[in-house]
Design a protein around this ligand. Structure first.
Ligand code: APR
Length: 299
């Protein structure tokens, strides 16, 4: 194990509260294009044409066509080892908040895989207390591991509840949710999209208004509750683990400075350069799927 990895594991093992902050890079090995890297979305498409409220007002059909394409791409992707390792770690130790800029659902699907794996091993604990709160020694000791389970014995509800507990705080929304441009009702939306004409675009079931993807576009404010929860968790954290973000987009990118400003330490995992390299206490140069599982194993 490299000195850097050992140093990072020591920081994580000694931390009571941790915030994990992810970007497009954590999903790259699942086949999801990043934004600014080689083959990145903004290398091929123009954000001002597809990811602004003005673009949607101008041509909702074009914008929906693009989000339909991205959804199709995502449907064919699976969570990778980094998504699963992060969720497994959160389920085992408590005290970790996950904040993502991504609009894909791979953290949630990774959490279901992690919870199912732990249940199979008889090691799925459902810790008491609010998500992100440190699991007390008593709580850890009180929930000893059980015996391994066969697939037909898996506690589906317990697995779903555990996965929900480690769901990410979403700073930029979700590509599988929609919002009504008229009554602002929000809902999950996974139905196939027909963007062949404006008449076929998705409509609000309550008021008939045009639905839009419930993602944060350039020039738009972040969801208030998510922003407060994320920055609050970062300010309280002893360690911020940054995985797969260039740190180029504000205000999300400022989150890491909340931890450092409060005396916390910063670990960065990324194969390329990021805006956090100079402030990182530990810098791990590598792909998330290769670095994160070993970094978090038994920490
Ligand atoms: N593992 C880890 N990191 C990776 C990997 C990988 N396998 N592959 C690429 N990366 C890194 C890149 O080196 C880069 O630092 O992921 C980062 C991706 O950066 P961006 O493409 O800028 O994406 P992100 O930081 O998530 O963008 C922030 O910008 O366009 C908006 O709203 C969009 O949420 C997005 C925000």
């Amino acid at each position: 194990m490299s000195g850097e990895s050992a140093a990072a594991r020591e920081l994580l093992a000694g931390a009571v509260r941790v915030v994990v902050f992810t970007g497009a890079g954590v999903s790259a090995e699942s086949g999801v294009p990043t934004f600014r890297g080689p083959g990145g979305l903004w290398k091929t498409f123009r954000p001002e044409q597809l990811a602004t409220p003005e673009a949607f007002a101008r041509d909702p059909r074009l914008v929906w066509e693009w989000y339909g394409w991205r959804r199709g791409l995502l449907a064919a992707c699976r969570p990778n080892l980094a998504h699963v390792a992060i969720a497994r770690w959160m389920l085992r130790r408590g005290g970790v908040a996950l904040v993502t800029q991504n609009v894909d659902d791979l953290h949630e699907r990774g959490a279901l895989e992690a919870a199912t794996g732990l249940a199979r091993e008889g090691r799925l604990r459902v810790a008491a207390g609010p998500a992100g709160a440190p699991a007390s020694e008593e709580a850890r000791a009180a929930a000893p591991d059980a015996s391994p389970l066969h697939d037909d014995e898996l506690p589906v509800e317990k697995i779903a509840a555990a996965a929900a507990r480690v769901a990410p705080i979403r700073l930029h929304g979700s590509i599988f949710h929609v919002r009504c441009t008229n009554c602002r009702a929000r809902s999950e939306h996974r139905a196939p999209l027909d963007a062949s004409s404006e008449a076929t675009l998705p409509r609000c079931g309550a008021c008939g208004g045009l639905l839009r993807p419930d993602v944060v576009w350039f020039g738009e404010a972040l969801p208030e509750g998510a922003l407060e929860a994320a920055f609050g968790a970062a300010a309280r954290a002893d360690v911020c683990l940054v995985v797969g973000t260039a740190g180029a987009v504000q205000p999300a990118a400022a989150l890491v400075h909340e931890t450092a400003g409060g005396g916390g330490r910063v670990i960065v995992v990324d194969p390329g350069e990021t805006a956090y390299d100079a402030m990182a206490d530990v810098r791990l140069w590598g792909a998330a799927g290769e670095v994160v599982p070993g970094l978090l194993r038994d920490v």
